[in-house]
Design a binder for this molecule. Structure first.
Ligand SMILES: [Zn+2]
Length: 416
């Protein structure tokens, strides 16, 4: 969608928001916007104030439980979800029937780009807790008309059996859980790439499916193609991976996206992703600072989509880059190095401070008969890639935690 069409849709959304949404009415009025027509060009749009997560959180704390970013009376809303609260207190987010259908549409765009159709059979492997990602994936699958196998509350063993028995072709889960399911299958004597009919896996919640090592591992274990998807509770499902898999497209039909330099705030090829969603009038975000660090690709995609493409999806969270001895390190970078070693089953990373020095310690579970060999190799791979000295320890198999949703493999114990 071109910028004129985007701005027209933005106007449609702004009209009710400026009337009845207390949060944005105040914020935009202070910025001199009284009427949608005050924004005529993209440079007008770029003058609008940012919205931050801290601001939304503070609003919900001051006006519990949902805050004032509400365009309609409460009884008009039909779904409530909340963020995981990994950074700060959880945000509660409401959707109307219309905005929930819009979420479903965004997921249908994701399915279409991956070549998934109503003939596919879905398992959305998830506990169906308050996290929005997989609920909205389910709504999209229902809109698509694909058979979807209910599995909330099942064990991993039961899920594997259901995937085989029902000839599931599409599995949607976090990358961490895809690998966990594969591990459980192996323990059960099941070879997923032979015994299951899964041909596509779609991953959300973590960057794994855009990390070459993690993606490769998922594809090898499942005998399927792994797709990354990116999004956020408060924003929507904004990222789409197409079949050439050259990165993650921004869904510019449904979102206005900017990439801004983290120092200067000016448009850049690399920086923070800032988004306005166009289909969530009941509880929108306008120029929202996602905290996602991304890199735009200069080339267009061979799939023919005009939507811009992000190299490597979301590279990291701006607020979770770990600074160790002056080096800025994203957890995803370390994951991508460690999972290149096929005998490493699971790992954790801990950063702590001795008297004066930061230490980064990695624990690995390895199937190598001589696991210290792997530990030495991981140590030198990290030193070569990042110039960082680490301590790598081998722990017995089954010692480290496994996860169904997002992994919590990184801990920073430094109280900085
Ligand atoms: Zn493409």
């Amino acid at each position: 969608m071109d910028i004129i069409t985007q701005l027209l849709r933005f106007h449609e959304m702004l009209a009710p928001v400026l009337e009845t949404n207390t949060f944005y009415k105040q914020k935009l009025t202070e910025a001199g916007i009284k009427n949608p027509n005050d924004i005529q060009t993209f440079s007008d749009y770029q003058q609008l104030p940012f919205t931050t997560k801290d601001e939304l959180s503070a609003d919900q704390v001051a006006h519990p439980p949902y805050g004032t970013n509400l365009t309609f009376p409460l009884d008009y809303y039909t779904c409530l979800h909340q963020t995981s609260g990994t950074t700060g207190s959880p945000l509660r987010w409401l959707d109307t029937r219309e905005s929930w259908d819009w979420w479903g549409k965004c997921w249908r765009d994701i399915y279409a780009a991956a070549g998934v159709t109503s003939a596919d059979r879905f398992m959305i492997a998830f506990s169906f807790g308050p996290f929005i990602g997989f609920w909205s994936a389910y709504h999209g699958a229902q809109q698509l008309g694909a058979l979807t196998i209910a599995n909330g509350g099942l064990t991993s063993e039961q899920r594997i059996r259901a995937i085989i028995r029902n000839e599931v072709t599409v599995v949607i889960c976090t990358p961490t859980y895809a690998l966990r399911l594969a591990e459980v299958a192996e323990q059960e004597g099941v070879n997923l790439s032979n015994d299951a009919k899964v041909r596509v896996t779609i991953h959300a919640g973590e960057p794994g499916a855009s990390l070459p090592a993690t993606k490769q591992r998922i594809e090898d274990r499942w005998g399927a193609r792994a797709y990354d998807h990116t999004g956020a509770t408060e924003v929507g499902a904004w990222g789409v991976m197409c079949r050439p898999q050259a990165g993650v497209h921004l869904n510019e039909d449904e979102f206005i996206c900017e990439v801004l330099d983290t120092d200067t705030g000016k448009p850049a090829d690399e920086g923070e992703l800032v988004i306005t969603n166009l289909g969530r009038i009941g509880m929108p975000v306008i120029r929202y600072r996602t905290g996602d660090y991304v890199k735009l690709k200069a080339t267009t995609c061979e799939c023919g989509s005009k939507h811009r493409i992000l190299d490597g999806g979301v590279i990291g969270r701006i607020d979770n880059a770990i600074i160790v001895r002056g080096l800025n390190i994203y957890p995803a970078t370390i994951e991508n190095i460690i999972l290149k070693f096929p005998d490493v089953n699971e790992f954790t990373v801990r950063v702590y401070r001795t008297e004066t020095l930061d230490e980064l310690e990695i624990q690995i579970e390895s199937t190598n008969r001589n696991p210290t060999e792997t530990a030495t190799a991981v140590t030198s791979a990290i030193r070569n890639a990042l110039g960082l000295r680490t301590i790598v320890r081998v722990v017995p198999h089954g010692t480290l935690p496994r996860y169904e949703l997002k992994s919590k493999r990184f801990t920073d114990e430094r109280n900085l």
